[in-house]
Design a protein around this ligand. Structure first.
Ligand code: C2O
Ligand code: CU
Length: 476
């Protein structure tokens, strides 16, 4: 009898696992120099028996992955077939302000936007998403976003996995809120459903060798504390805008909205195992969206936050089911990668301090809106004018009760200080997003080069999309 009960339990558990797991979707790719993107109203079945309305780009949810080669001149053709105006921003790419797709570069319905630019970026993963003022969160949450993978000759010489969908996988992490009819709810702290590449409860058959994961946090607000089940160590090889000088071995990686990380996991000899990618959010300190306490004080919360089962918990993001190795597997992790050259701090021509604060103090401060230097975004007021080729040190000072992921267009920066200390090795590479913890300061150095325009501007903003839409943004 005992045996039978045990058998039934085992049987039902395995059925549950089989039922609850879906093969990870891998976005289609476009390569070459001509890229056609159609943004349109469509739908997708996330849950059996329910049709969920989405915004698609060439596909029902998430657009194709664009492969660009450094040095190529590319032509983009972005057709807006939505009923709404939108924009498409090439997050992380070093392009002119007119080509950047910020809130001023609108694509009205039934029109095509045709930016052309030279690819000047280092090999890394970037992404594209709408950036219409006050509508970014809605458009991105509905599914309008996609990846860009830049290749260059330096990366090509390294012994790294780079066969897309075989040993090199895009991992787009999003938390979502669905209503009772399985429609996507926007701007809601009940984002308790995890999806990867638009797949719920995803699993990926991954070969038993060194595998490369290009991870993007495309969530509107949630920060993840990534790690693998059993504390399996992994190596971070790249940050937002390029490879690191050398791989950094980690068991946890904090990834804020907009941030990317390239990691290698060594699955040699693990065939037959299933390893979960987790967010160890229970380990987060307070004042991060995703921690048990989103604010610094116990009284500070966001409506719906406490009831959300993901907050302050360790939860599963997806599973890697390890299968047989491929024909020519990469089996080792390189010891060195690229040589990042950071501008010396003494070379800076200017410094700026950007202070983040809530509009109202007190227990609701954490609900925003938030300001940068006491100013809310104004389409018509340019916040900074920067001379071409300026090297600048920016200090980001977060005087608000929640951590904000700060993002700037046009350039990549190097962190020089996090609250007075040297940044950890995995944060010393090229970045375009940095999480600024509550009550702390972060400094970076960058150079504003190649492009200047007295009419078109570049944005800088918080990449928690409701914060951005509510005005936590400026332009230069
Ligand atoms: Cu990912 Cu200004 O955006
Ligand atoms: Cu913010």
């Amino acid at each position: 009898m005992k045996k039978l009960v045990a058998l039934i339990i085992v049987f039902s558990v395995s059925i549950n696992i089989a039922k609850s797991q879906n093969l990870l979707a891998i976005p289609d790719t476009i390569s070459g120099t001509e890229f056609n993107l159609n943004i349109y109203d469509t739908s997708k079945v996330f849950y059996n028996g329910y049709t969920t309305n989405t915004f698609g780009i060439n596909a029902a949810y998430l657009g194709p992955t664009l492969f660009l080669n450094k040095g190529d001149s590319v032509n983009m053709h972005v057709a807006n077939e939505l009923m709404d105006t939108t924009t498409i921003h090439w997050h992380g790419l070093h392009v002119s302000a007119m080509n950047d797709g910020g809130p001023h570069i609108v694509i009205p319905p039934s029109t095509i936007w045709n930016p052309s630019f030279k690819v000047r970026d280092h090999a890394a993963m970037y992404w594209y998403h709408p950036h219409l003022h006050m509508m970014t969160n809605m458009h991105a949450t509905m599914g309008a976003a996609g990846l860009i993978i830049v290749r260059d000759s330096t990366e090509a010489t390294l012994n790294l996995p780079r066969t897309y969908g075989i040993d090199d996988f895009p991992i787009v992490i999003q938390s979502k809120c669905f209503d009772a009819n399985k429609q996507i709810l926007v701007d809601n702290a009940s984002d308790s459903v995890m999806m990867v590449n638009g797949t719920l409860n995803a699993y990926l058959p991954a070969p038993a060798q060194v595998v490369r994961l290009r991870v993007l946090n495309a969530s509107s607000e949630r920060v993840y504390n990534l790690g693998f089940q059993g504390n399996l160590a992994f190596s971070q090889i790249g940050s937002d805008g390029g490879l690191l000088n050398a791989p950094v071995s980690l068991t946890r990686l904090r990834l804020a909205p907009g941030e990317r990380a390239e990691i290698l996991i060594d699955l040699n000899g693990k065939e037959g195992q299933s390893i979960n990618l987790m967010s160890y959010a229970a380990e987060f300190p307070s004042a991060i969206y995703g921690a048990l306490q989103p604010g610094m004080g116990a009284g500070q919360t966001i409506p719906g936050y406490t009831a959300n089962v993901l907050n302050g918990q360790n939860f599963n993001i997806m599973a890697f089911n390890v299968v047989a190795p491929t024909a020519n597997p990469i089996t080792t992790i390189p010891t060195t990668l690229v040589n990042n050259i950071v501008w010396p701090t003494g070379s800076a021509n200017a410094t700026k301090t950007l202070t983040f604060s809530p509009v109202t103090m007190g227990p609701t401060a954490i609900q925003g809106p938030f300001l940068i230097n006491n100013t809310s975004f104004d389409m018509d007021v340019v916040n900074y004018t920067i001379p071409l080729n300026n090297i600048e040190i920016w200090t980001l000072n977060n005087q608000s009760p929640i951590a904000h992921p700060f993002h700037i267009h046009d350039i990549q920066f190097y962190l020089t200080e996090i609250n007075g200390a040297t940044p950890p090795a995995n944060m010393q590479g090229r970045k375009d997003v940095v999480l600024v913890p509550a009550g702390q300061t972060v400094k970076f150095i960058t150079k504003f080069e190649t492009f200047c325009d007295s009419m078109a501007t570049y944005m800088y903003h918080c990449h928690m999309l409701p914060h951005e839409d509510d005005g936590m943004m400026g332009h230069l």
